[in-house]
Design a protein around this ligand. Structure first.
Ligand code: NDP
Ligand code: BG6
Length: 513
């Protein structure tokens, strides 16, 4: 597989120094994420020769699972979910070093037994191995797991624990500001911040990383990236899927906790932050935190609210009839959980004063699309005043994060002919056309970066708190209001009409991606 026909992403990665010998332990290894994303990610890293020669995988969970059965589950999940077909030779190399330990997440003895297992595996390797501990359980057990990693000595197996033990923590990181702060304190009681890798898988997406390159490696954009030229910014994270079988989880979460507080706010931070002084992880994270802290508190007054929440009702998606949210499995018929939210944000800094940032995310929308649209101010209309001859649009630059990854610039151009007539036209850059398809999945990049000790694409503790500081007052307000202000939208639409009104008030309208 390692030849010049490889995806450019991989050619870039192969310049990385290799990861040190690694034992990765996954808590919650019998779960959905492990099967659909983590095991396939590990397998695809092996396909690309990006795993260290000394590598071992240990699953951990409450239900006893013999090693053979765990290996079979992992094999089947690769067959079902890997982006590339299973190669038995490559799998065999992982399989012979795959093990399973069972025990409760609050049972110290079981953690001590896990530590002994890790030490036995390391002894077989014949050399020191770093521990990457991936916490992929429901958040209700994050705290006991972290505490037991400390109490059992797993977190401090080496004197030089900083570079030998890393902990990766899945989302959601807390459900509000207090719980996020509490979880950060628990973690800080056991680990140094540089050992902690809080996941937001959107940061692992290639196009999200490309945002930094497009912004800071092109001199044509940076001079325009401010209130002088930008009229508004629109960030859309739309899904056509409904809640499916995750109704129980989603009822406690809703669109703002599930998508806005993390993925959408990260897209906003990368779009609007100041240039970092270097590509050092801390430099980038410092800028993101500064930006998140500069967002003005949300106006929740019904007359002029910055926020709209809504639930989907039944409708048609891709030509198929789908049920409404309240009819879904695990969802209360009186549910007060939003499946859509849109926010109008104002950033209180020199660059962005007066430029609205519109964010929206919802399930069961017209189609799956994530994009960031920078809408520029209209040109002065002295030369081409608007009439039927001059169809002029404001310029825009749109980053298509997924699907159809790429970017598009909207310009005005002359329609060929003797008369001077104008029309908006699009200039496209498409990833697949330039670099080919089969881009690695976000989890491949993130698992590899955690092994390499590169925290750039992970969330720092203060970042998550800054984001919760904005969102928590909103949840408190909704909790006090019950159903009041909850809008509906038909499945397969672009969301509630009320969300359009918020933009009309400022003379804007949502793009139709
Ligand atoms: P699961 O619900 O599948 O749970 C994972 C494992 O944790 C289960 O197999 C089970 O293992 C154990 N577990 C389940 N419920 C409980 C409980 N109430 N108390 C203690 N242990 C429990 O979760 P996912 O795999 O879907 O998700 C794991 C983490 O990843 C979560 O934090 C989730 O928010 C996050 N995530 C998941 C995504 C996904 O697509 N699935 C996407 C993004 C983030 P056992 O019984 O063997 O102990
Ligand atoms: C997860 C959310 O974090 O992201 C899910 O919990 C959502 O509800 C998913 O469907 C979307 O991720 P992606 O990569 O498919 O856009």
């Amino acid at each position: 597989m390692s030849d010049d026909s490889r995806h450019p992403f991989l050619k870039g990665l192969s310049k990385h120094r290799g990861a040190q010998p690694t034992i990765i332990t996954i808590f919650g290894a019998s779960g959905d994420l492990c099967a659909r994303k983590l095991v396939p990610a590990i397998y695809n890293l092996a396909v690309d020769n990006l795993l260290p020669a000394d590598f071992s995988l240990i699953g951990y969970g409450r239900k006893p699972i013999p090693d053979d059965e765990f290996r079979k589950l992992a094999h089947d999940s690769i067959t079902q979910f890997s982006r590339r077909p299973l190669n038995e030779d490559i799998w065999n190399r992982i399989e012979k070093n795959a093990h399973y330990c069972s025990g409760g997440y609050d049972e110290l003895d079981a953690f001590v037994a896990l530590k002994e297992k890790i030490e036995a595996v390391e002894k077989d390797m014949g050399r020191e191995a770093q521990s990457v501990i991936y916490v992929s359980t429901p958040p209700s057990v994050f705290e006991p797991i972290i505490k037991n990693l400390g109490a059992s000595g797993l977190a401090t197996r080496y004197q030089d624990a900083d570079s030998h033990t890393k902990v990766v923590i899945e989302k959601p990181f807390g459900k509000d500001l207090d719980s996020a702060r509490h979880l950060n304190k628990v973690i800080q009681g056991v680990f140094q911040e540089r050992q902690v890798y809080r996941i937001d898988h959107y940061l692992g997406k290639e196009t999200v990383q490309d945002l930094l390159v497009q912004r800071f490696a092109n001199s044509i954009f940076e001079p325009l990236w401010n209130r002088q030229y930008v009229d508004n910014v629109q960030i859309t994270v739309a899904e056509s899927l409904g809640v499916g079988t995750r109704g129980g989880y989603y009822e406690q979460s809703g669109a703002t906790r599930d998508m806005i507080q993390n993925h959408t706010m990260q897209l906003l931070a990368l779009t609007a932050m100041e240039p970092p002084v270097s590509l050092d992880p801390e430099a980038i994270r410092d800028e993101k935190v500064k930006l998140l802290k500069a967002i003005k508190p949300l106006n929740l007054d019904y007359q002029n609210s910055d926020v709209i929440r809504a639930q989907y009702t039944e409708g048609l998606v891709d030509g198929q009839k789908v049920e409404g949210y309240r009819q879904s499995e695990g969802v209360s018929p009186e549910s007060e959980t939003e499946t859509y939210a849109s926010l109008r944000l104002n950033i209180n800094n020199w660059r962005w004063e007066g430029v609205p940032f519109y964010l929206r995310s919802g399930k069961r929308m017209a189609r799956r699309v994530t994009e960031i649209a920078i809408q520029f101010k209209r040109p002065p209309s002295t030369l081409f005043s608007e009439n039927e001859m001059f169809n002029l649009a404001a310029n825009s630059l749109v980053f298509q994060i997924q699907p159809d990854e790429g970017s598009t610039v909207l310009l005005n151009a002359k329609i060929p002919g003797l008369q001077t007539r104008t029309q908006p036209v699009k200039m496209h850059f498409k990833y697949s056309a330039t670099f080919g398809s089969n881009t690695p999945e976000a989890y491949e990049r993130l698992v590899l970066d955690a092994m390499l000790g590169d925290g750039t694409l992970f969330i720092r503790g203060d970042e998550t708190e800054a984001s919760w500081s904005l969102i928590t007052p909103l949840h408190e307000f909704w909790a006090s209001e019950g159903q009041r202000g909850m809008e509906n939208y038909v499945s397969g639409s672009w969301g509630p009409r009320a969300a359009d009104r918020v933009l009309w008030e400022k003379g804007h309208e949502w793009r139709r991606p």
